[in-house]
Design a protein around this ligand. Structure first.
Ligand code: PEP
Length: 244
């Protein structure tokens, strides 16, 4: 169950969230909780979360280890800040910052090389869904984004299916739509000769405490990627603790 804070929270606000959140999910043993936080808060949040089991990650990275790339951060910098995960190819990165499947593949290989857990995001836009191109679009994104990914690194990869039309809109895909699409993604992973059954596939898009359990009951939804509802400790803890 992963949260994505996007461009919200100063480091003080982030630390105060973690102090409230950790006790609310302290006794989880059968699921993972993770948070992708702003780069400026990584170090303090990772320090505060140490020993809690809550995984802390960044929201993006550059594929080079270092260089003249103003404003970017690299995988070794994320590791150096004490974090262990990174989101790659979130639809906001693809839409506003030009991330392509080719970039996603390069970022993924940099993340894996540094030992980070990589959450690779894919998803179709509303017009692509309405023109019945969802599977074609996902197939292309998966093939391009996972180019060069080796099956032996399966434990370091998580896929996140996030229909762009469901992100931050309050419109969740129905559990049937999400299940059908995620089953397709698993089939595509198999076709790419990857161990599809053991790679976790998250659903993301307007997940809230009251729809988490229904989504999680679907066989091909292994977890949730949560934006808005991960910003308050109590609502994200309810999602993490679904079914308890
Ligand atoms: C996201 O940012 O990945 C996301 C799914 O956002 P929201 O939950 O707000 O739709």
């Amino acid at each position: 169950m992963a949260g994505n804070w996007k461009m919200f929270k100063t480091d003080d606000q982030a630390v105060s969230f973690i102090k409230n959140f950790v006790p609310l999910v302290g006794d989880i043993a059968d699921r993972d909780a993770a948070l992708a936080v702003p780069a400026t808060a990584l170090q303090r949040v990772a320090e505060e979360a140490k020993g809690s089991g809550v995984i802390i990650g960044a929201q993006n990275l550059h594929w080079e280890k270092e260089g003249a790339f103003t404003g970017e951060i690299s995988a070794p910098m994320i590791v150096g800040a004490g974090a262990s995960m990174v989101l790659i190819g979130h639809s906001e990165r693809r839409q506003y910052f030009g991330d392509t499947d080719e970039w996603v593949a390069k970022k993924l290989s940099a993340a894996i090389e540094a030992g980070l857990l990589a959450v690779v995001c894919v998803g179709e836009t509303l017009s692509e869904r309405e023109s019945e191109r969802t599977f074609e679009v996902l197939s292309k994104q998966l093939k391009g984004s996972l180019a060069g990914f080796a099956a032996k690194d399966e434990k370091k990869l998580i896929l996140a299916y996030e229909p762009v039309w469901a992100i931050g809109t309050g419109k969740t895909a129905t559990k049937e739509e999400a299940q059908e699409t995620q089953a397709f993604i698993r089939k595509e992973l198999k076709a790419l000769a990857l161990p599809a059954e053991s790679i976790r596939i998250l659903y993301g898009g307007s997940v809230k405490p009251d729809n988490a359990a229904d989504l999680m009951a679907q066989p091909d939804i292994d977890g949730l990627l949560v934006g808005g509802a991960s910003l308050q400790a109590d609502s994200f803890a309810k999602i993490v603790n679904f079914g308890k």
